[in-house]
Design a binder for this molecule. Structure first.
Ligand SMILES: Cc1cc2nc3c(=O)[nH]c(=O)nc-3n(C[C@H](O)[C@H](O)[C@H](O)COP(=O)(O)OP(=O)(O)OC[C@H]3O[C@@H](n4cnc5c(N)ncnc54)[C@H](O)[C@@H]3O)c2cc1C
Length: 539
């Protein structure tokens, strides 16, 4: 993307507000909008090489977990369950990371991760966590466990706005004897074969976590091309199917079929093999505030009911020193402190680890060669008094997506509330993966936008789904979370990334745990690395 294009788009976005009808513009400008830049201030200070202040106090502990996202908290949870008490967790600039949540009074909402597919049989770590949290109610080792029905998304789960009408499900409907329908059937038959495929050692071709997948050349070859190239090779050309697959990749990987590895694209469909005794195939688990209740549970178990094992602040430098590890850290008031531990678990994104750990290359991770590409995202939460009017005959679903929309649609925080009458207020959470241009150009452009312009970007799908006047009549506040480096995108070749393989195998004083180690970002992968680091420490 050239600088000229960037400017053109920037100018267009500036023009967007004045082009709105007067009353809508006024309503939008009156809406209180808050903007959060997740981890940006601390991250940029580290990137810019801010001076390292001398520590004012020292904390000694057995193990320090550096990072309080899913991976870090899974590590703490597993350590506590294993009987360890001599550890602490440094939360970093954003407690809960991409699975953070916020609230408007009593109404909670997600600032990132919002759903979890039913866990596959090999996702024993997720099944155990769900059982510990009371979400998986029985049959933890069964093919079809029983889940708490309050967390299983109930109907209507999904809908798609296409040709001016809402349809059920996100895959565009097609006439049964059309070419589109034939291709859709052929695609899902192919995915069913991949889902059932096993190698000669009995490993599934595509497993969750991905390190348990087959390493057979036949399947690994799928990582040498983009998903778009594979779709073209296999002659999948139907427009509806191709839009849906692109949407699915943007939704899980932050980039479309032309960017992500074919292995990752297929894994999205073939890896998810979870079933339930009391839910339909393909069901997902959710809460009003996304996946955050699972993090709160891990926090309670892992860090103690009073959070005594949690430290606030972020690391500036991490070094192996003497027989242990030292982390120089900064608290929220800007005071430096030193943590001395026998071992450390680095549970922060690798782009930060590469700056904090002077010798990551010595551990086999060459930042210039191995650093993942990070996708930028916006997450926007809209507080609504009542619900905007739907198209005649249409019913709001949990997940609402616009065909061909720039965003990824919006989810409804109060969907799981089983009541006769609708609640007086709700929160719509809109997701936008900014994948149209190179991530670096998008990040620079994002920094030029003010709150109103960010709101404008985030509103893209809601504007199509509702008459503006209906939306503005109900909107009371908006909160936008800007995630410049939201998640690693699995590019072709990601499975054989030598740096990731080296960090996964690290077993010295420094261990690593973050979804980045998988090269793609979902709850199951992040939790896997956290649990694995804990098991290494417990061994
Ligand atoms: C918008 C969005 C929506 C998503 N939706 C879903 C979903 O619905 N389902 C799903 O499964 N996944 C989803 N994901 C993927 C999500 O990233 C993973 O589920 C998971 O939350 C990743 O956890 P993590 O621990 O690997 O990393 P992160 O969430 O990146 O956590 C990193 C942690 O490191 C800390 N840190 C950073 N710098 C430092 C420092 N200097 N010192 C110490 N600590 C530091 C941060 O504070 C943070 O706590 C979504 C991601 C995004 C961005």
């Amino acid at each position: 993307m050239s600088a000229t294009c960037d400017r053109r788009r920037f100018l267009r976005s500036l023009c967007a507000l004045p082009l709105l009808p007067g009353c809508e513009r006024l309503a939008q400008q009156r809406l209180p909008v808050s903007v959060l830049y997740a981890g940006m201030k601390a991250g940029h200070a580290i990137r810019d090489g801010a001076a390292l202040p001398p520590p004012q106090r020292v904390i000694d502990t057995g193990v320090i977990i550096l990072g309080g996202g899913v991976a870090g908290l899974s590590c703490a949870w597993q350590l506590a369950r294993g009987g360890r008490r001599d550890f602490m967790l440094l939360a970093g600039p954003e407690q809960d990371g991409n699975a953070a949540a916020g609230s408007y009074g009593e109404l909670r909402f997600p600032r990132g991760a919002h759903y979890l597919p039913l866990p596959s049989p090999e996702s024993t770590h997720v099944r155990e966590l769900l059982a510990d949290a009371g979400v998986l109610q029985s049959g933890v080792a069964d093919l079809r466990p029983v889940f708490d029905e309050r967390c299983v998304v109930h109907a209507p789960a999904e809908r798609l706005l296409i040709d001016g009408r809402w349809q059920e499900d996100l895959l565009p409907h097609a006439a049964p004897d059309s070419e589109e329908a034939r291709e859709q059937r052929r695609f899902f038959d192919t995915m069913a074969r991949y889902k059932a495929a096993r190698d000669s050692d009995g490993r599934r071709a595509f497993a969750v976590p991905l390190v348990l997948s087959s390493t057979d050349a036949e399947f690994r070859a799928l990582d040498s091309m983009t998903f778009a190239d594979w779709l073209a090779r296999e002659n999948f050309r139907a427009p509806g199917l191709n839009w849906y697959l692109d949407y699915a990749c943007r939704d899980d990987y932050g980039a479309g079929v032309g960017t992500v590895s074919a292995w990752a694209g297929i894994a999205y469909f073939a890896g998810r093999a979870g079933q339930a005794a009391n839910a339909q195939a393909g069901a997902v688990l959710t809460w009003p505030d996304g996946l955050n209740p699972l993090l709160r549970h891990m926090h309670r178990v892992g860090l103690g009911a009073d959070g005594a094992r949690r430290l606030d602040g972020h690391a500036l430098q991490v070094r192996e020193r003497g027989r242990g590890v030292e982390a120089l850290c900064l608290d929220a008031e800007g005071r430096a402190f030193l943590i001395r531990a026998r071992r450390a678990v680095c549970a922060m994104p690798l782009m930060l680890a590469a700056r904090l750990l002077p010798d990551l290359a010595g551990l086999g991770f060459d930042a210039a060669r191995d650093m993942p590409q990070y996708a930028p995202w916006l997450v926007a939460n809209f507080l609504l008094d009542g619900f905007p009017a739907e198209l005649p005959g249409a019913e709001l679903a949990w997940d609402n997506v616009v065909y061909g929309g720039r965003g990824l649609g919006y989810v409804v925080s109060t969907h799981q509330q089983l009541r006769v009458a609708r609640p007086p207020q709700t929160v719509f959470t809109a997701y936008v993966a900014l994948s149209e241009r190179a991530p670096g150009a998008v990040r620079r452009w994002l920094l030029t936008l003010d709150a109103q312009q960010l709101l404008d970007e985030a509103l893209c799908d809601l504007r199509t789904a509702y008459a503006p006047v209906a939306l503005w009549r109900h909107a009371r506040a908006a909160e936008i979370t800007v995630r410049g480096h939201a998640m690693a995108t699995p590019l072709p070749g990601f499975l054989s990334n030598p740096g990731l393989q080296a960090l996964r195998a690290a077993d010295g004083r420094l261990l690593f745990a973050h979804s980045d180690l998988s090269g793609l970002s979902v709850f199951e992968e992040a939790a896997w690395w956290g649990c694995r680091a804990a098991l290494e420490l417990l061994a």
